[in-house]
Design a protein around this ligand. Structure first.
Ligand SMILES: [Zn+2]
Ligand SMILES: [Zn+2]
Length: 648
């Protein structure tokens, strides 16, 4: 065969026989690389060490140091190893599919008897035995009919069905981990011993329908997590433990913030404590908006389908809309309305009232827009993913030449808000033009350039999401990282050339002619509901003092102090501090414990001595020590912390 040329990451090229495998290439470089190698990337494709290369190519050999490839292979090999372990322990089990997912993998099994949590330990032990055997991983390409016959003979109908679903021109690849065989695209590691045996854990068992179809068999899914080293596994398990402690649903109960019930799925019943956080945050945002030059509007909840048809939502978004049919008196036909899933079309209606001139632009319009979206019940999650929510929504109507400046102003505005709310830094993702899009290339060039240069001018280098922009324009997304390293996409800033056209928004230019404004869709928090969920988890319930719903509880130690408690509460309230009395006939330790669980930041205990000296004994959340302070001094201190950051 003719020689081929392989180019390495350092730019050097070497000639090889066509059909050479990356394993042989690695061996030619060094013995140690050949041992350490786990896979290759060939012309951008993740490539098994055993797959031949037939033409000139770019090649990179990977080792465990290449985190991305190593994680994928380790998790993928573990899926096979787990399936083998399960079949070795329970030979009557049928195997189906086992993909890699974030942080790990799962595999779906068909077995009459349910797996128990105790089984997970047994399976893990067997998996470690397989890893310790260092069984070689082999691969072959099979003829379709041979593969089908093989799985029929073995009584594995799921695999037969999988093969039937693979397009006819695609080669069928088989992998062996030792003697155990699975249908798989690959790539895989060289041998089972390359999987770190101390860096994985089986996590849970769940039910899953075959092919996600509720008319098909119910299978048993086992989830695992895996990393390239045991420290990384430990860090991940710690993060999960920490996340469970911070879960806003648990803290929401303990702090008595809200509840949800079956009659209103995905809708929140806010309790006084939760609603206090909500309104504090909303008041803050309203002040920021005013200072930011926005006008606030409010638009209808129930809107006739004709507007949604004009905006395009009826066609593109209907499955997520709550439809409301109304029998209007005297109407010939039923009126079909929808609860608004977004505020944008309504804002254009406000804009369209009266003639606009170029001097009116930019027009920054904001609404605390209550929206309803039909989310599938499986996607709902506490107050983070709901069906009824309120966005801190806004639309900037501007001229094309104002996009960059408005973007810069917006980034500055958002930076201040995130900082005030305790997030010092954030990342920005930039999504540029998708394949299917509206508008000319020229206008896309300008809009993308405007978003990029405004972001860079703010000292932020955005991460590129190629082709992920909306069909109506490019966008920026703002991602916060919380205290335990999780990412939350909150803010968005989206250019839209299409909606003003569809809903016929215009302005009169300096030339006296009609022009289309550009619309910038933007939100900082995203929705109040989700953002409050993030704040609760970020702070593990210990919210900044100004947002804490109950800032101070004044608890009596003896009933003779009740009058003084009332006076202390009144003095705190007069200073603008949210204070409550606790004069129940309970022991002070009991009261302290209860309010600590409720995450009250300051508990004041008062007994005979405090009454006499006009002092309070102060216990701050999370601190063991208490201190005795004159009441007036304490009020001075607390009223500073109770003031929202923009008013200090
Ligand atoms: Zn595989
Ligand atoms: Zn919008």
């Amino acid at each position: 065969m003719a020689p081929i040329s392989l180019t390495f990451p350092d730019g050097n090229a070497r000639d090889y026989e066509a059909g050479i495998t990356p394993a042989a290439v690695a061996e030619g470089i060094s013995k140690s690389l050949s041992k350490k190698a786990i896979s290759a990337t060939v012309n951008g494709q993740h490539w098994d060490l055993a797959w031949p290369i037939d033409a000139d190519a770019q090649i990179a050999i990977h080792t465990m140091a290449d985190e991305e490839q190593a994680n994928e292979l380790v998790r993928h090999d573990l899926a096979h190893i787990m399936a083998r372990a399960v079949q070795e322990i329970w030979p009557d089990t049928q195997v189906t599919i086992g993909p890699v997912i974030k942080d790990g993998w799962y595999y779906d099994f068909d077995r009459a008897e349910p797996f128990t949590p105790e089984d997970l330990g047994v399976i893990e032990k067997k998996m470690r035995e397989i890893i310790n055997k260092r069984d070689p991983v082999r691969t072959e390409v099979w003829e379709r009919d041979v593969a089908i016959q093989y799985y029929k003979d073995r009584g594995e109908p799921y695999k037969v069905e999988l093969i039937d679903a693979i397009p006819g021109d695609e080669p069928l690849r088989m992998y062996w981990h030792g003697d155990w065989q699975d249908l798989c695209r690959g790539p895989h590691l060289q041998h089972t011993g390359q999987v770190p045996g101390d860096a994985f854990k089986l996590m849970s068992i769940a039910g899953a329908y075959w092919r996600g179809d509720s008319d098909r068999a119910m299978l048993q899914r086992i989830y695992g997590v895996a990393f390239t080293g045991k420290e990384k596994l430990r860090a991940h398990l710690n993060m999960l433990e920490e996340a469970a402690k911070r879960d806003h649903r648990k803290l929401g109960r303990e702090m008595d913030l809200f509840h949800m019930q079956e009659e209103a799925p995905g809708q929140i019943f806010w309790h006084p404590n939760g609603w206090t956080i909500y309104t504090e945050l909303q008041d803050y945002m309203r002040r920021k908006q005013r200072k930011g030059g926005y006008v606030e509007v409010n638009t209808p909840q129930v809107v006739d389908r004709r507007l949604w048809e004009a905006s395009g939502h009826w066609e593109k978004y209907q499955e997520h809309m709550f439809i409301v049919e109304v029998d209007e008196d005297h109407a010939r036909e039923k009126a079909v309305n929808a609860l608004k899933p977004m505020n944008c079309p309504c804002h254009v209606q406000v804009y369209n009232q009266g003639l606009k001139s170029y001097r009116d632009l930019p027009l920054r319009m904001a609404e605390f827009g209550s929206c309803n979206r039909y989310e599938p019940s499986g996607a709902l999650h506490g107050i983070m993913r709901v069906r009824g929510f309120t966005q801190d929504d806004g639309h900037i109507f501007c001229r094309e030449d104002q996009i960059e400046e408005e973007t810069a102003i917006y980034i500055d505005y958002l930076t201040q808000i995130y900082k005030d709310l305790g997030f010092e830094s954030f990342r920005v993702k930039f999504s540029d033009r998708p394949e299917a899009r509206a508008g000319s290339d020229e206008i896309w060039d300008k809009a993308e350039e405007a978003l990029l240069s405004a972001t860079r001018a703010a000292g932020i280098e955005p991460e590129l999401n190629p082709g992920e922009g909306a069909f109506y324009g490019p966008k920026l997304e703002f991602v916060l990282t919380d205290a335990i390293g999780r990412d939350w996409q909150c803010g968005t800033h989206q250019v839209d050339f299409v909606l003003p056209e569809r809903l016929d928004a215009t302005y009169i230019g300096a030339d006296g002619a009609k022009h289309r404004p550009v619309m910038l869709h933007r939100a900082c928090l995203g929705s109040f509901e989700r953002f409050i969920g993030i704040l609760i988890e970020e702070h593990a319930g210990k919210l900044p003092f100004w947002l804490a719903p109950r800032q101070v509880v004044v608890a009596s130690i003896i009933s003779d102090a009740d009058d003084y408690v009332t006076k202390v509460v009144a003095a705190l309230r007069a200073a603008g501090i949210r204070a409550e009395a606790d004069i129940r006939n309970e022991k002070i330790n009991y009261k302290v414990r209860e309010h600590s669980v409720g995450k009250v930041p300051v508990i004041l205990a008062v007994g005979a001595r405090e009454v006499e000296e006009r002092t309070v004994t102060v216990r701050r959340l999370g601190q063991k020590q208490t201190s005795v302070q004159p009441l007036d001094d304490l009020i001075g201190e607390l009223s500073h912390d109770a003031t929202p950051p923009d008013q200090r």
